[in-house]
Design a protein around this ligand. Structure first.
Ligand SMILES: Cc1cc2nc3c(=O)[nH]c(=O)nc-3n(C[C@H](O)[C@H](O)[C@H](O)COP(=O)(O)OP(=O)(O)OC[C@H]3O[C@@H](n4cnc5c(N)ncnc54)[C@H](O)[C@@H]3O)c2cc1C
Length: 382
């Protein structure tokens, strides 16, 4: 019988992988995590200081159990690490009552009886004067939304895993993953050269790189370039977590999202559906941004958040990994027995990362996952 290097390997230690490593370690598993860079690096989909946390999800009621489980685990990770990772500062969702933002959010709120407050146009103008809104714009105030510190969260999860006995290989790039009759063979290259490993099971948390490593997956994944953009706030008080909070705003044909000025960063504003070029090689998506790329975001900011300085911009390149239905892929794909896929993609995965890590770890050790994974089956397209 061939000996295993470890029972489990987690490939990729970004948002999903760092939490998966931690949750495998909390289950007492013998696990090694692999990362081509170092945890918290800026070359994947999780850098740029912060991500929005929301429970009243525009993405649909099927994500609420995942978000609630994730919230409990973010709090557990904060306790373990002694750092503040999630600030639930609350937020406002703005748009026409019959648009594409507010109706699905209200459906989620009603399906799960989530706390919220409806605001009229006049109430929004009085409570959130930073936003320029149309006369037909109404609002939903959500006390359960906030900001997660993304790189800090990844590093905290890796620290927690190592504290429980997990091993970590950084600067180690996975070249191939080959499931066999007795476990999964993994080929890597790192500081000590090329090496072949054997594990009982492998959890794939390689984000934008996943389709390249597992070409037989039946779920299409398309990687697109997107931007992180921060704008200067001349009146910082007006745009802090308490006064401004998190926002989503459907206006001018876009779903815009934003986070308050926090810890030396300006106000983060993004346009979710900004046309985005395909990324052929995720390893070559530049961090640097040409000003022409953020011009549309700056124009939106000057119309809708006019007291921000739309010429004072900090920008970084990032990546979304899209599936056709914008839903996650979590489970054991038919084409790769022995492999658990932990792909929290399509631009809304960070908030769920601790829960995705927990369910992936449960699948890897044959525990019952604590959340229903049917909507996220990696084989739902055939
Ligand atoms: C601009 C932007 C804004 C977003 N806003 C939000 C938000 O507000 N709220 C929210 O919840 N989500 C948001 N998201 C989505 C969220 O950030 C992503 O869904 C999430 O970070 C993806 O995590 P991941 O673990 O799948 O990928 P990553 O964090 O990129 O992790 C993949 C890891 O695998 C490693 N890896 C890949 N290939 C190999 C290999 N061959 N060998 C070794 N290591 C490898 C990579 O180096 C990387 O560290 C946003 C995304 C972007 C781009």
């Amino acid at each position: 019988m061939t000996t295993l290097d470890a029972d489990l390997a987690v490939l990729g230690l970004g948002a999903a992988g760092s939490s998966t490593l931690w949750r495998c370690a909390t289950r007492g598993a013998d696990v090694i995590g692999f990362e081509q860079h170092t945890p918290g690096h800026p070359h994947g989909s999780s850098h740029g200081h912060s991500r929005l946390f929301r429970t009243a999800l525009v993405e649909g009621p099927q994500y609420v159990a995942l978000a609630q489980h994730a919230l409990r685990l973010w709090r557990e990770l904060e306790q373990t690490d002694g750092t503040e990772l999630l600030s639930l500062c609350g937020g406002i969702f703005l748009g026409p009552a019959d648009g594409r933002l507010l109706p699905p959010i209200l459906e989620t709120i009603e399906a799960h009886d989530l706390p919220h407050e409806r605001l009229t146009t006049a109430q929004i103008r009085s409570a959130y004067p930073q936003h320029t809104i149309e006369d037909a714009t109404v609002g939903i105030r959500d006390p359960g939304t906030g900001v997660l510190r993304s790189e800090a969260g990844i590093r905290a999860a890796v620290r927690a895993a190592v504290g429980l006995g997990a091993r970590v290989r950084t600067g180690e790039r996975i070249l191939a993953v080959q499931p066999g009759d007795r476990g999964v063979e993994v080929r890597s290259t790192g500081p000590e050269g090329e090496r072949t490993w054997r594990f009982g099971r492998v959890i794939m948390a390689t984000g934008a790189w996943t389709a390249g490593l597992l070409p037989g997956l039946s779920i299409p994944m398309q990687v697109r370039r997107t931007l992180l953009t921060w704008f200067g706030a001349p009146d910082a008080e007006q745009f802090g977590p308490g006064s401004f909070g998190v926002f989503l705003h459907e206006a001018d044909g876009y779903l815009a999202w934003g986070a308050p000025a926090l810890e030396g960063y300006g106000v983060k504003v993004g346009l979710h559906d900004l046309p985005a070029p395909a990324v052929a090689d995720p390893g070559r998506n530049p961090l640097e941004v040409d000003p022409a790329e953020w011009a549309e975001v700056a124009a939106w900011v000057s119309r809708r958040l006019p007291t921000l300085d739309s010429a004072d911009v900090r920008a970084e390149g990032c990546m979304y990994t899209h599936t056709p239905d914008e839903a996650f892929s979590i489970g054991i794909p038919r084409a790769y027995p022995g492999v658990v896929l932990a792909a929290a993609c399509s631009g809304h995965g960070f908030k769920h990362a601790t829960a995705v890590g927990d369910v992936a770890a449960a699948l890897a050790v044959d525990d019952e996952p604590p959340v229903d994974l049917t909507p996220f089956s990696p084989d739902r397209f055939g």
